[in-house]
Design a protein around this ligand. Structure first.
Ligand SMILES: [Zn+2]
Length: 87
């Protein structure tokens, strides 16, 4: 199951559980944001690093600096896609 499909399932469960008194909306929100970070996002490319000739850019989630080849943002855990389509 892809993270986006898991999010859709959680949203579906939320509709049915929403009226229960011990239901935690916050727990579902946390689950969804954790899952969304597993779906690789393209960094915003800013240029080349002069010392390695790798691209660098900013994380689409937290705007922290990330470098080409990094599969995850070290600042927030967002999965990154540099366009090399190796998955
Ligand atoms: Zn980040």
């Amino acid at each position: 199951m892809k993270p986006s499909e898991a999010v859709a399932n959680i949203e579906y469960a939320r509709k049915w559980l929403g009226s229960e008194s011990d239901f935690s909306d916050e727990a579902l929100d946390m689950s969804i944001s954790a899952l969304e970070k597993q779906e690789p996002q393209r960094p915003k490319i800013k240029g080349l690093l002069f010392y390695s000739y790798h691209m660098y850019g900013s994380c689409p989630c937290c705007k922290g600096q990330v470098e080409e080849g990094w599969r995850f943002c070290p600042w927030c855990g967002q999965a990154l896609n540099w366009g090399d389509d190796d998955d």
